[in-house]
Design a protein around this ligand. Sequence first.
Ligand code: SF4
Ligand code: SF4
Ligand SMILES: [Zn+2]
Length: 279
Amino acid sequence: MEIEVIKTKDKNRLNFIIRGSNDTFVNALRRTIISEVPTLAVEDIILVENTSPVLDEIVAHRLGLIPLTTPPDEFTVASECENCGGEGCHVCSVSLTLDVEANDEDVTSVYSKDLISNDSKIVPVADKIQVAKLGPGQKITLEAIAMMGRGKEHAKWSPVVTCSYRYYPKVIQDSSKCTGCDECVDACPKNILKVIKKVVKLTAPLECLLCDLCTKACAPYESLVMGKVDGDYIFFLESTGALPPKEIFKKATEILKSKAKDFENAYKVAHETFMKKKK
Ligand code: SF4
Ligand code: SF4
Ligand SMILES: [Zn+2]
């Protein structure tokens, strides 16, 4: 298997080409990234005062969805914490406070930046995520407990905004049937096809949507079909900002490796038990 990283200017994105793999592995990688790589997110709220028009439950829900920067390897997943059994302790959680009061004349907004952590490495990834609006004299005071969790428990713990892949495209053409009409070129929404001397060229394979509009345009002439390169994939990952994308990828591969090892061990035990019974 080979991996080729595609350059991107966005620090939260990681795009790469995987060559020589298969659907099962690439989909397992995608699912591991989405649902197994842990991050910190607000789980419990100790509400001291809320005189805003926003219900307590909605405030708690909105705080839970604010991505928090998560130092890798510092916290244990709360549901797997042997120190507290998932109740929340210094090993698996961190405390943040929020205390905002509007003056007697103006309306004030409560933003993610108002969530103050007692650990400088754990902060909201963006300042301007709105939590509530306070009318004159209204107030929200609370303590928020952020716990380490996995996306399979709740989407708020997923480290990614999006994580997907698509097949690497390939032009399959019988140029002896090509009329040079350029209808496939005109049909392409990405403008990435060229017909030179009745041979179709895909100028930017990474931009191809595999939408098949070129194949459909060429249907009367039966010259062109947009196919895929077997075993090759274009993989896209965008972090919420909780973890750097390369760290998400690294963690996912470690988790996949450890699951494969667990499976191997379980299989060995099952096989030995079966052989003993056979004797
Ligand atoms: S639509 Fe078909 S026949 Fe026309 S230029 Fe494209 S490949 Fe050739
Ligand atoms: S599959 Fe769609 S995006 Fe790709 S070349 Fe054909 S028309 Fe363009
Ligand atoms: Zn704990």
